[in-house]
Design a protein around this ligand. Structure first.
Ligand code: ADP
Ligand code: MG
Length: 651
């Protein structure tokens, strides 16, 4: 403060003082830079006025003389075209001389001081957008004005003060004359007159002012009026803002129609939300949130450049809709607002990004959304199914993105399943239906649940009554790489590695075994010979060949080697061109299949037969086709196929 009085010229009543060094630097930046977003000056001044009204409202609770005979709280925006200026008048608490000097002559606010600090650290004052975007409080006036006059009277005090500055070196302060006193609309309050630069006269246009108010200050609770009402029509003038923050009203007083209207208005959306959540968090951090989940999926849901669009307010003043740390990316379809009590109003985006309060809010918001979705799944299955259908795949990104929310996410995740009674199932339901001794959650990944359910790889599991989850979202491949188990049950891909099914008896299977005890070893030998023959024949295409219990209907299938990349994952990676497959798959053969049996028998007689070789190649191609891959050599495949068909038809 001492610095503010560096130069002190006494001239009648006038006192001219220099700004604090930091203020001068800031003003220098503000006045000399070009801003991408100068609109914020009005937001800043309106927010100060609204604050001033809030503060007086609060003080009047203790001392009602302060507002005795006053008009209701209001903010007026008055324009004069001739000597172009814009005046913002409020009947808030006002400032006395000392307050004018210290509030408008020093940088008291931590937010602005921090911006300066940040600029200093950068070594140059170049990132002007920072200031343009987040404002510098009162000083933002100088973005559009070359002279600012302030007339203010503190509630409960008799004097009215006049403050004036060109935003360069300092300011002048004195008692206001009668003309100036008339700027005020009450016995207390502040009028700020901006002498608008010639390149900024658009800010005097009614439409322009209304647009900015609507964008930034619509939910400021104090009514904002544009210009004076006509004589005798004072009661009819309508505020240009909504003058009420919907989210500050009690839930019980808000209808779903009102919520929907708000959703349409702020989100510029045309559908109705499928879920509306409105709550106030109290305690360590305080905020109110009003959030919506749309019914329709936004077209750019998967666009990597898409930004999350929660609107952040601080004490009902709009701050930004670009703060992507306010919401996890996997909740990017959630719309609405968060209004914080704890954040400072002026804070740069960089600082907001890493602000611990923002992180706490994000955590609270995430928990709440997940628990509300879970409740929805219990009370409105249809709505939940729609929600899951639209956004389930995005939510699953959270399984690898946010470990701390994984348990809550798993409660709402649904998967296609081979269980006919529960084609969409939760993991908990899956676990409930597990067979005795089953400690594994089996899954298969691919594009389409219907065709996955017919995969040869799961035949053996199904015939043993073991349920398999059919994972059809690309994201499944990614979270399954990270998440190894759920409630101590391991996830296991049925297209990767061996599966031990010995513990689970298949009725047909065990009967057959008992009947053929003696011949079993002969069969085994033949099967070994076939395995060896296939391995030699197909050495280029497969890593190895083995007899498998997982097949019941199909003769063969391909699986990834243990430790290798899962079959479908390999495809996904190939598509994204991030990966050249290096592991060859394993070919599993079904020893109970008539074709395999016959081949085994033929091998035991003459392993070198040409037909056998062709059959081996055809089997391999068949395995590829079943899982939706293309055959290695289509022409050769067609030729072999034709010759087999010909034989089959008989000559
Ligand atoms: P902030 O609002 O973040 O404190 P500003 O630069 O916007 O920073 O304003 C500085 C201070 O000036 C405010 O804290 C307030 O004390 C005072 N002030 C500004 N405008 C008004 C007003 N219209 N009525 C009363 N006090 C005001
Ligand atoms: Mg302010």
């Amino acid at each position: 403060m001492a610095e503010a009085k560096m130069k002190n010229e006494e001239n009648n009543n006038d006192e001219t003082m220099n700004f604090e060094t930091d203020v001068s630097r800031l003003l220098d930046i503000v006045t000399n830079a070009l801003y991408s977003n100068r609109d914020v000056f009005l937001r800043e001044l309106i927010s100060n006025s609204a604050d001033a009204c809030d503060r007086l409202r609060y003080q009047a609770l203790q001392d009602d003389k302060l507002t005795k005979g006053s008009a209701p709280f209001h903010i007026r925006l008055l324009t004069t075209i001739k000597n172009p200026n814009l005046t913002i008048v409020d009947n808030g608490i006002g400032m006395n001389r000392e307050e004018l000097i210290s509030n408008l002559g020093t940088i008291a606010r931590s937010g602005t001081a921090a911006i300066l600090e940040n600029l200093k650290n950068q070594g140059q004052e170049k990132d002007m957008n920072l200031i343009g975007q987040f404002g510098v409080g009162f000083y933002a006036s100088f973005m559009i004005a070359h002279k600012v006059e302030v007339v203010s009277q503190k509630a409960g005090e008799p004097e009215t003060w006049y403050w004036e500055s060109d935003g360069k070196t300092g300011f002048t302060i004195r008692e206001a004359n009668d003309d100036e006193k008339a700027w005020l609309t009450d016995a207390h309050g502040t009028a700020i007159r901006l002498h608008v630069n010639s390149d900024s006269t658009d800010y005097l246009l009614e439409d322009e002012i209304k647009r900015i108010v609507l964008e930034y200050s619509d939910h400021v609770e104090v009514p904002i009026y544009f210009n004076k009402p006509e004589e005798g029509k004072e009661d009819e003038q309508a505020p240009i803002n909504a003058a009420s923050a919907l989210w500050t009203r009690p839930k019980s007083e808000i209808t779903q129609e009102q919520y929907n209207e708000f959703y349409h208005h702020t989100g510029q959306l045309f559908d109705d939300p499928i879920m509306t959540t409105h709550w106030t968090a109290e305690g360590v951090i305080e905020y109110t949130a009003l959030l919506f989940i749309p019914t329709m999926r936004p077209w750019d849901l998967y666009d990597p450049d898409r930004k999350t669009a929660l609107r952040l307010y601080v004490k009902r003043v709009f701050i930004t809709d670009k703060l992507d740390t306010l919401l996890h990316p996997w909740l990017r379809f959630v719309k609405g607002i968060v209004d914080s009590q704890d954040l400072p109003l002026n804070i740069s985006r960089e600082m907001l990004q890493s602000n611990p309060v923002v992180h706490k809010i994000r955590n609270g918001v995430t928990k709440k959304i997940l628990s509300e979705i879970q409740k929805l799944s219990e009370k409105d299955e249809e709505a939940f199914d729609t929600l899951w259908g639209q956004f389930g795949a995005v939510l699953k990104e959270g399984l690898y993105d946010a470990i701390e929310h994984r348990p809550d996410l798993f409660k709402i995740c649904r998967f296609n399943s081979t269980n006919k009674d529960a084609p969409m199932t939760s993991l908990d339901e899956y676990i409930e239906r597990m067979k005795d001794g089953q400690d594994t959650i089996y899954y298969i990944t691919g594009e389409n649940a219907e065709s996955l359910s017919r995969s040869p790889q799961i035949e053996g599991l199904i015939s043993r009554g073991i349920e398999v989850l059919l994972m059809t979202d690309t994201v499944d491949e990614f979270w399954l790489q990270q998440v190894k188990d759920y409630k101590e049950k391991k996830f296991k891909s049925v297209t990767q590695g061996n599966i031990n099914l010995d513990e689970f008896s298949d009725d047909k299977d065990s009967d057959a075994k008992n009947d053929n005890e003696e011949t079993a070893s002969d069969d085994d030998k033949e099967m070994d010979a076939l395995t060896l023959m296939l391995q030699t024949q197909l050495a280029e295409q497969v890593n190895r060949v083995r007899v498998s219990k997982r097949l019941t209907e199909s003769p063969v299938c391909l699986v990834a080697d243990d430790g290798g990349v899962d079959m479908h994952m390999e495809k996904v990676l190939k598509l994204q061109q991030k990966y050249e497959p290096s592991n060859k798959p394993v070919l599993e053969i079904n020893p109970t299949h008539p074709l395999i049996k016959k081949m085994a028998n033929m091998v035991s007689k003459d392993a070198e037969q040409e037909t056998l070789k062709d059959t081996a190649l055809l089997l391999m191609d068949q395995a590829l086709i079943i899982q939706g891959d293309s055959v290695t050599d289509p022409a050769a495949f067609a030729k072999r196929m034709a010759s087999f068909i010909e034989k089959g038809l008989g000559s």
